[in-house]
Design a protein around this ligand. Structure first.
Ligand SMILES: [Zn+2]
Ligand SMILES: [Zn+2]
Length: 240
């Protein structure tokens, strides 16, 4: 049976293509340990940036003190650092390597289980792509990720849509420029079920948080009660 399985799923690491002996694993030992080295650090439950747990006062890091966000909290797997394993896998996942779904899903599930809001979630809402971009890419990576999430009751809703195509922005674009770029870019579909519900947005990367913030604002205007966010990686540690 093992031999037959390996015909269909040859036991190679989906990241580096090294052969592996355990056919039930998708990554080789080296890739696993590199990937796990990118996740699990302490972070601010409000903005997701790296911060020691002792620096968190009243639930936020020093950088978040006095700041207003439309989302109520965040869970993240790791940090988006160019050249690191997590960043490379996220880029590959966006560029056609959808077979990374279960590996990245595993990381997202761990972050979700470690969050304070997991039990409150009623809907997972993937951050939408504009239809024209989804057509070019063929899929929305955030929806694939949402499909990997394990939750006893929450359902996925795709009733948040991107109504305007926004520009790609370099990581270093200012927070104000990013906020302008996404302002008014989202809307909820007719017949949505968000009123009074607790929602968790799902995305691959948070940079300044402008996109998550705009999505959360749109969902709250549609009557959502709480809006949380779950991302694989938080980028732009030094951008405020
Ligand atoms: Zn490998
Ligand atoms: Zn913070």
């Amino acid at each position: 049976m093992q031999g037959v399985n390996q015909l269909f799923w040859p036991a190679v690491c989906i990241n580096c293509r090294e052969s592996i002996c355990e056919s039930d694993r998708s990554l080789c030992r080296d890739c696993w340990s590199e990937l796990l080295g990118c996740v699990g650090a302490d972070y601010c439950p409000r903005c997701g940036r790296d911060v020691s747990r002792y620096a968190i006062v009243a639930g936020v890091c020093p950088d978040c003190q006095g700041k207003e966000f439309h989302f109520d909290g965040i869970a993240r797997s790791g940090v988006y650092k160019v050249g690191e394993s997590l960043q490379q896998m996220i880029v590959a996942f966006k560029n056609g390597r959808t077979e990374l779904d279960s590996t990245l899903g595993f990381l997202a599930n761990s972050a979700l289980q470690g969050s304070s809001f997991v039990n409150a979630i009623e809907f997972f809402v993937p951050v939408p792509l504009h239809w024209s971009r989804r057509l070019t890419r063929g899929y929305n990576q955030s929806l694939i990720l949402a499909n990997e999430l394990k939750h006893p009751t929450a359902k996925i809703s795709t009733d948040l849509a991107r109504t305007r195509r926004t520009k790609y922005q370099p990581v270093m674009a200012s927070a104000a420029a990013r906020a302008r770029n996404v302002a008014g870019a989202f809307a909820v579909r007719k017949g949505h079920n968000f009123s009074g519900r607790n929602i968790c947005l799902v995305d691959d990367i948070k940079t300044t948080g402008a996109t998550l913030n705009e999505c959360a604002k749109t969902l709250k205007e549609a009557g959502a009660s709480k809006v949380f966010a779950l991302v694989l990686a938080v980028a732009g540690q030094n951008i405020s």
